[in-house]
Design a protein around this ligand. Structure first.
Ligand code: FO1
Length: 315
């Protein structure tokens, strides 16, 4: 059995809060620099002229140990003076960007305007926050998740997710820009060198699919010769967080662990499921454990188990 210390090149695909929790555990279990995260940028948008990358920031703040402890997104103990002033001007405040978080987005926008690609900007932000894990956006190109809803027609992702609190009925998801988006610098190299690929317990349709929509990324994962594991974002038919089950139902998919297994199909070798789902029939190999990550200890324990499983699959 390989020990975690022997694993040097693990790649994880992650969306927002759920994914960031496992990333935190993995980063703590692996040697410094052994983990590369490919983050979802389908949620990125422009807000009052700023380039906001919510999922990259959630992973980044989590790795830096400064994420908001309750929301999971945003920064701990942040203030909302900017939002208060926007309200005074009679402007929109539905997107809860805190003052410290604003600094990140000002810098990102500034460096992007200087001509740096998003991958270089993200690396610079992470380096300044002292993060050893490599965080790569899936692409440096525009690729936006767009939600077609029954009640409001076409909605930009954050309009759907935050402004309308993911309540509208989803009829269709479109990943605009996917036809031409190329993997960001370093993404394919990381996938090709990986000893294992982990799909975090993120929303398969909203957080993971945008990453897989970058064709070369999906092809690289398909062509892998190393294990690819996913951790289920669903336990007993209920989402760990957010609208996973609601959206899968609305799109006519099976909204449980078997539906997650169906969705990933032969892209994954193993699905990590909760003890409550130990009997669910899935075509892939299943690994059963407690997948809830309520505490920091839970994150480390689940990460440790996933890495041991990878060690076992290698031996
Ligand atoms: N999510 C919310 O539910 N409400 C917010 O006001 C909100 C603000 C926000 C600000 C910065 C940031 O990086 C993320 C923020 N999020 C907010 C989270 C985010 O929009 C979503 O969780 C993701 O896009 C889905 O993964």
């Amino acid at each position: 059995m390989a020990l975690n210390g022997d694993l040097k090149r693990i790649v994880a695909l992650a969306g927002g809060v759920g994914g960031a929790k496992l990333i935190d555990g993995l980063a703590r279990c692996l040697p410094a620099g052994a983990l590369t995260v490919i983050g979802n940028t389908g949620d990125d948008f422009r807000h009052y002229g700023l380039h906001v990358s919510p999922d990259l920031d959630t992973v980044m703040y989590t790795l830096a140990g400064i994420a908001h402890p309750i929301n999971g997104w945003g920064i701990a103990e942040d203030t909302r003076h900017m939002l208060g002033m926007l309200a005074r001007y009679g402007e929109e405040t539905w997107f809860g960007l805190g003052d410290r978080d604003l600094a990140t987005n000002v810098l990102r926008t500034h460096w992007l305007a200087q001509g740096l690609p998003l991958s270089a900007v993200t690396a610079r932000l992470c380096q300044r926050l002292g993060i050893a894990t490599r965080l790569l956006p899936m692409t440096d190109d525009p690729l936006a998740t767009v939600v077609y809803t029954l009640e409001h027609g076409k909605l930009a992702f954050q309009e759907y997710f935050v402004r309308h609190r993911w309540q509208p009925t989803v009829q269709r998801l479109v990943y605009e820009g996917a036809e031409t988006a190329q993997p960001a610098a370093g993404v394919l190299e990381a996938l090709e060198a990986a000893e294992a690929i982990i799909i975090c317990p993120s929303n398969p349709l909203l957080s993971v699919e945008p990453i897989l929509q970058v064709r070369a990324i999906r092809e690289a994962i398909k062509a892998r010769r190393v294990p690819c594991l996913a951790v289920s974002p669903i336990i007993e038919g209920a989402a760990l967080k957010g609208p996973t089950v609601k959206i899968m139902r609305e799109l006519g998919l099976r909204a449980d662990v078997a539906g997650v297994a169906d969705y990933y199909g032969d892209l994954i070798d193993v699905l990590v499921v909760d003890e409550a789902d130990r009997e669910v029939d899935i075509p892939q190999r299943r690994f059963v454990t407690n997948i809830r990550m309520m505490t920091s200890t839970d994150r480390g324990r689940l990460a440790e188990q996933v890495l041991r499983l990878i060690g076992d699959l290698h031996s």
